[in-house]
Write a protein that binds this ligand. Structure first.
Ligand code: NAD
Ligand code: DAU
Length: 348
């Protein structure tokens, strides 16, 4: 039985990847390693926790000794690495946390994999999940391709860029078999409400203001999280060792247009007067170093592996809103205590 280590599987994207692999591949033993930081939540994967091919390991990738020990004990065959500090705003207030987990944590995993696999790299793989933010920012036109130079602007994207470089370096220097995928903005169920879409859904439900950074004319390329998980599955199984795959939604939105669409859908779903959610829009101080525009050229994964998004943005957004409205307890559980402190510090 192949042993697949998935890191960060209690987080947003990781939980969707874990679910897909546990359900689709009964012939794999899936190990979900997660430190359960503020962003990790076992409720995200409660539906699969009793499956016989699933094991949860609470561990911190910053603890090199523990990570080495786990590789020695379980002898994982392949790794899908998602564990990370993932929020740009938090990286601006605490960059070192991002260096620790995203850079040093990744190197700890690379070292453990290299030492465990060094005698025989056959059928081994270190699959690293990264972001389009490593490419920096675009002007009005153009797209990020796999050959776009790295040009990160935030402590978060600098730490992810660094981790990508380390993965590649381990491939070149030690022949560690790796793959990297760089994806655009994900949205969907289980996203922690510090990110734009779930934060705004939560605030609309509560009748709180919707804090738009700067002029709101920043552009992101949005992808439904399940489509990202499917792309990872495809690249992991059919991609080429040593390659990078860009994953995106072919779906660019200026923040303010997206927010207006969200407001319209929320008014309908909550049976509120049309225009009532939009009244909550409040322009606030801009994010420092705010990247103007991201847009992914996903032609390579489309042409080589046949991947494309399965839902339109309107469909995906509607499913996402429904999920948050139906999972009020999930939302309430993650927005008490520490979340409130974070929120007050960031926005008040
Ligand atoms: P998330 O913040 O929702 O989840 C991160 C998970 O990692 C959490 O479960 C957390 O507990 C765990 N974690 C954090 N530090 C850890 C540590 N030191 N040891 C072990 N576990 C730790 O993040 P996400 O949005 O699901 O992103 C997952 C990955 O995908 C990240 O690498 C991120 O950079 C990348 N990515 C995210 C997006 C996006 O739009 N969210 C887009 C492209 C790429
Ligand atoms: O592009 C991929 C990246 O997308 C991932 O690597 C990151 O992990 C993920 O967090 C996301 O980064 P962004 O910074 O683009 O996402 P966020 O949801 O924080 O913000 C989206 C846009 O909305 C951005 O232009 C900032 C703006 N924004 C965000 C928040 C939280 C606001 O205007 N107000 C807000 O309160």
């Amino acid at each position: 039985m192949k042993k697949i280590l998935i890191t960060g599987g209690a987080g947003f994207i990781g939980s969707h990847v874990v679910r897909l692999f546990v359900k689709k591949y009964p012939q794999y033993q899936i190990f979900n390693l997660d430190a359960l930081t503020y962003a990790g939540n076992l409720e995200n994967i409660v539906d699969i926790e009793k499956e016989s091919n699933y094991t949860f390991i609470k561990a911190d990738i910053n603890d090199a000794e523990e990570i080495n020990q786990l590789f020695t004990t379980y002898k994982f065959d392949k790794v899908i690495h998602l564990a990370a500090e993932s929020h740009v705003d938090r990286s601006i207030t605490d960059p070192l946390a991002f260096v620790r987990t995203n850079v040093i944590g990744t190197v700890n995993l690379l070292n453990a994999a290299k030492d465990c696999w060094k005698d025989d790299f056959t059928d081994k793989l270190f699959y690293h999940v990264s972001t389009d933010e490593v490419y920096g920012t675009l002007g009005e036109t153009g797209l990020f391709t796999e050959t776009t130079s790295y040009d990160p602007n935030s402590p978060y994207s600098a730490s992810k860029a660094s981790s990508d470089h380390f993965v590649r370096a381990y491939g070149e220097t030690y022949q560690l078999p790796y793959m990297i995928s760089n994806c655009s903005n994900n949205y969907g169920p289980n996203q922690f409400p510090e990110k734009l879409i779930p934060l705004f859904i939560h605030n609309i439900v509560q009748g709180k203001s919707l804090p738009v950074y700067g002029d709101g004319k920043y552009t992101r390329d949005w992808l439904y999280v399940v489509d990202h998980a499917v792309a990872i599955d495809l690249a992991f199984h059919q991609g080429k060792i040593g390659e990078t795959y860009n994953i995106g939604g072919f779906n660019e939105w200026q923040n303010i247009d997206l927010i207006k669409l969200l407001c319209e859908q929320m008014d309908k779903k909550l049976n509120r007067e049309p225009g009532s959610s939009a009244k909550l829009i409040t322009y606030i101080k801009d994010r420092p170093g705010h990247d103007k525009r991201y847009a992914i050229d996903a032609t390579k994964i489309n042409k080589k592996l046949g991947w494309k998004p399965s839902v339109t943005f309107e469909q995906g957004l509607s499913k996402t809103i429904d999920w948050y409205l139906e999972n009020e307890t999930w939302l309430n559980n993650v927005t008490t205590g520490a979340y409130q402190k974070y929120y007050d510090k960031q926005y008040l």
